[in-house]
Design a protein. Structure first.
Ligand code: 13P
Ligand code: SF4
Length: 301
């Protein structure tokens, strides 16, 4: 009988996370997929994650439960234009966020996730390299601001995180009155939001921050990221007041529509072998995309 392993990103619903063998952030899920001794990997996430699993474990059958599970960072990046942009910076190292297509990865020298991007770019600058960063403009702007880099940036955004804004946050902070309040944020959020944050990091990083929280127990913690992760945070620290960062009055719509396509029915179908198989990457395409990913994994392990 075929051995099936199911992976779920933190942004899927609690029900989907409960169906998974492993729940994690992009880096953790990539490593797990690479090492999985599985005939079939069901990836309850989005397409670039399933493609990364296939690139790292090409002998496994990798299935994405729903055809529509894309990512706005991928959709907003035209690979022909990206190639021209890269060629216009021949003396730069091209660092790409893992939220990118396999074709995009093949045009990159390094892949990074939100967990290791700070360290990898610091390492490249320490070596005297010049860097261009794609596709996430918000993440790149944050790195340039935080560390004084001057990286030219590609201009795509996450349609979910890009909705967070300073005004709604100010209103959120004001609504809790005198209670101590904190903001943690994913680096895909706009710079003014990140400048206000007490912690900026990956989904796992934010979860760990909440687990280690040791300030006043009546504090309010606002979380500027997709709402799936709040399930894990509340499970870890049920006594804390953890809230979605507000977007604008009356809207709590910070859900990734692509992650939420992973319904119970779609994941069950995929576990039975029916779904979108990642079978369109040629061996050459896999090899070209694997090199910059493996550079990252060697650095991070
Ligand atoms: P993480 O790697 O932090 O889990 O982020 C993935 C993602 O898609 C964020 O929008
Ligand atoms: Fe892409 Fe944003 Fe969804 Fe993450 S939350 S998968 S970056 S659209």
């Amino acid at each position: 009988m075929a051995k099936v392993v199911t992976l779920a990103h933190y942004y899927t619903t609690p029900e989907i996370q409960q169906m998974a063998d492993k729940v994690g952030d992009s880096l953790e899920l990539s490593l797990f997929a690479r090492d999985a001794e599985a005939d079939i990997i069901v990836f309850a996430g989005v397409r670039f994650m399933a493609e990364t699993a296939k690139i790292l474990n090409p002998n496994a059958t990798v299935i994405l439960p729903d055809r529509g599970s894309t990512c706005s960072l991928v959709e907003q990046t035209d690979v022909t234009a990206l190639k021209a942009w890269r060629e216009a910076h021949p003396d730069h190292v091209h660092v790409s966020y893992i939220n990118s297509s396999a074709e995009h990865k093949a045009l990159s020298d390094w892949i990074v996730t939100s967990r290791n991007v700070d360290d990898i770019i610091a390492h490249l600058y320490a070596e005297g390299k010049k860097v261009i960063f794609s596709p996430d403009r918000n993440m790149g702007a944050y790195l340039n601001f935080q560390y004084g880099y001057d990286m030219p940036l590609w201009s795509a955004v996450c349609e979910v995180h890009d909705k967070f804004n300073q005004q709604a946050l100010d209103e959120g902070f004001a609504s809790v009155g005198d209670l101590p309040s904190y903001l943690i944020a994913h680096p895909e959020s706009p710079l003014p939001v990140l400048q206000q944050a007490d912690y900026v990091g990956s989904t796992s990083g934010m979860l760990n921050w909440v687990k280690a929280f040791d300030k006043a127990p009546n504090s309010v913690i606002f979380v500027a990221t997709e709402d799936g992760i709040l399930y894990n945070m509340k499970l870890a620290r049920p006594e804390l007041d953890i809230r979605q960062a507000p977007i604008y009055a009356g809207c709590q719509c910070n859900q990734c529509p692509y992650m939420k396509l992973n319904t119970i029915e779609a994941v069950k179908r995929a576990q039975a072998g029916h779904g979108i198989e990642i079978d369109y990457l040629t061996p050459a395409a896999i090899e070209a995309a694997r090199l910059p990913i493996e550079r990252m994994l060697a650095f991070s392990e």
